[in-house]
Design a protein around this ligand. Structure first.
Ligand SMILES: Nc1ncnc2c1ncn2[C@@H]1O[C@H](COP(=O)(O)OP(=O)(O)OP(=O)(O)O)[C@@H](O)[C@H]1O
Length: 573
């Protein structure tokens, strides 16, 4: 709650309005009871002047009370929307600002759940329960004072059961918080599964995994439903108990109050005012457990949101260096790195000079993509030294460093928008000429032209309406539009058919002319012309040289090359 208060948006006018409306509600509620009292007594005593005066006051009071309540609804709605908006915005910004190694460990479904289910619970609490949780006890307090003024003996006897009401609220309300958290966790698991099913729907269908997924999802739905039912049961017990108890003061008031009225110690007007105000004392208090339950549940949701918001951002410090004069674009010295406890790269050293094409080859899992992640600053817990553009990567501002580098990864991601937007989003004010030039070099212009709306054709989610080769060529065009000083290409031609591979290969050949690049090669035929080839094995560079030199060595590279060459001849590749 403290954290929520510390993040309250600056809406002074609305806080003031809410406060004034609350004070107004308290005053006009008491005024109504007082008017009612005098009105009834005047009518019984046939005091016409006083009757009409208080009838007028009663009507006016009702109008002001209605205005106060509508002011409350407006201000509370505005404040709650502003808080929800702030949390949603900060949550989304946080996801964008987190370091890659933290994102790797999170499930996207869980993060989605925090920004949807949990946030909705907080929003509902703010909209419906938060104000009542503050205003109802105050209303009860002023009513209590007025009741004491009307008849203190009757008041004390009538509300003798209230301590029971409070202790019930406290004890029965405790488990609600635990059940709410479990239900929110379960909702998050369901979100994760939905995300997994939708993300891998083609695999699910191709491997007939529908039943497996359905069962997994059904179990989670069932668990979540059971948690929800448990929660409802706890709330039902709590509420029935408290509502039941809240009737007791009325039984006492009607009995004892009626007796006092008959005896003449209490006027009928006072009795009516008493009952009216007792209503404001007991029923709001009876509703408190429900507001309290909602408070507990929303605090659990809020805790999950704050778990995300409190994660540390990727560092934003560092400098922006001029890279134009750098002659060595990458220099790695004694680099050792592992993700968790397993070591992936061991004491690696290499350099990439301006204008060079350096290829990384090695078996799957040897650490090639990991090197790219380290050169772009995604992971920082390495040993050794990485110089980018002749400056230690740790002194670079990561955004600035990345603005000099373009990466084409194996898994090409396209946004569900037009081809034009997908390509030009990486450069401000790209011209049409630049766009077409990049697409032409990437061997993509011809197929883009044939699309129904050319560059303005909309790409389906994850680029599903394009082949693997077409997506890669679009990704290469996007990388080129950035006009990077260093290109990191994780080419994935091994997954393409021969025709697509030839088209992507042509794109790569075009791209590599005159640029500085590091290429992860899965098909060794793609890097025959590379200036240098680094051969990785189990996180070590075991061979280094150009294609010819490495073949002559008859070592690891020679074996890898012939294995691929022979298997392709046999039609396996
Ligand atoms: N985010 C991660 N968390 C934990 N381990 C990881 C992570 N990413 C990769 N690894 C592990 O690090 C090792 C090297 O992975 P990497 O992706 O760098 O290999 P690679 O040579 O690029 O493989 P491939 O050629 O198949 O793409 C592998 O054992 C892999 O399981």
């Amino acid at each position: 709650m403290k954290k929520l208060i510390s993040r309250l948006p600056n809406l002074k006018g609305y806080y003031f309005l809410a406060g004034m409306c609350l004070i107004g509600e308290l005053i006009f509620t008491l005024a109504m009871a007082q008017s009612l009292k005098v009105l009834i007594d005047s009518s019984l005593m046939q005091a016409q002047d006083s009757f009409y005066l208080y009838l007028g006051i009663l009507v006016l009071t009702a109008v002001f009370l209605a205005l106060c309540i509508s002011g409350q609804t407006l201000s509370v709605g505005k404040i709650s929307e502003a808080i929800t908006y702030t949390l949603r915005k900060e949550g989304t910004q946080k996801l964008l600002a987190l370091p890659q190694y933290k994102l790797d460990k999170m499930h996207s479904g869980d993060s989605m759940s925090k920004l949807t289910n949990d946030l909705q619970m907080v929003s509902q609490f703010l909209n419906h329960d938060a104000y009542l949780l503050v205003s109802r006890p105050l209303l009860a307090l002023v009513s209590f004072v007025y009741l004491l003024y009307l008849n203190w003996q009757l008041t004390i006897i009538s509300i003798a059961v209230l301590p029971l009401l409070f202790s019930t609220t406290f004890f029965l309300g405790k488990p609600i918080s635990k059940f709410s958290k479990e239900q929110q966790d379960e909702l998050s698991n369901m979100n994760n599964t939905t995300q997994d099913i939708l993300g891998g729907i083609s695999i699910v269908k191709a491997f007939n995994l529908e039943d497996l997924m359905r069962d997994k999802f059904s179990k989670q739905v069932e668990t979540s439903m059971n948690r929800g039912i448990e929660l409802a049961k706890k709330r039902a017990v709590l509420e029935s108990f408290t509502v039941g108890i809240s009737f007791l003061p009325f039984v006492v008031t009607f009995g004892l109050g009626g007796y006092l009225t008959v005896r003449g110690s209490l006027t009928p007007g006072e009795l009516l005012a008493f009952i009216n105000l007792l209503n404001n004392l007991t029923f709001p208090l009876a509703q408190l457990p429900s507001h309290y339950g909602s408070y507990k549940a929303s605090m659990q949701g809020l805790k999950r949101i704050y778990d995300l918001l409190n994660e540390e951002d990727e560092r934003k410090n560092g400098e922006s260096f001029d890279v134009k004069d750098a002659s060595t674009l990458v220099e790695v010295k004694n680099l050792t790195f592992g993700y968790d406890d397993n070591s992936v790269l061991k004491n690696l050293s290499f350099k990439v000079k301006k204008g060079e094409t350096v290829a990384l080859v090695g078996s799957s899992g040897s650490g090639k993509s990991t090197i790219f992640k380290l050169l772009t600053g995604f992971y920082t817990n390495y040993q050794g030294k990485i110089d980018m553009f002749e400056k230690d990567i740790e002194s670079w501002n990561l955004d600035k460093l990345r603005s000099n580098i373009s990466t084409v990864s194996q898994e090409t991601f396209l946004f569900p928008t037009t081809i034009r937007e997908n390509l030009t989003m990486v450069c401000e004010n790209c011209t049409e000429t630049q766009l077409i030039k990049a697409a032409t070099i990437a061997n993509a212009h011809e197929f883009i032209k044939k699309q129904p709306n050319g560059y303005d054709t909309v790409v389906e989610e994850k680029g599903d309406n394009y082949s693997g080769g077409q997506k890669q060529r679009l990704a290469i065009a996007r990388a080129l539009l950035k006009e990077p000083d260093l290109l990191l290409l994780d080419e994935a031609t091994s997954s393409l058919d021969t025709e697509s591979e030839a088209l992507v290969q042509k794109a790569l050949d075009n791209v590599l002319i005159g640029s500085t690049s590091i290429v992860i090669a899965h098909r060794l035929s793609t890097i025959i012309n590379a200036d240098r080839i680094l051969v990785l094995d189990k996180g070590n560079i075991v061979e280094e040289g150009n294609h010819k030199e490495l073949l002559n060595k008859k070592g690891v590279y020679h074996n890898l090359y012939h294995k691929q060459f022979d298997s392709r001849k046999g039609g396996v590749a």
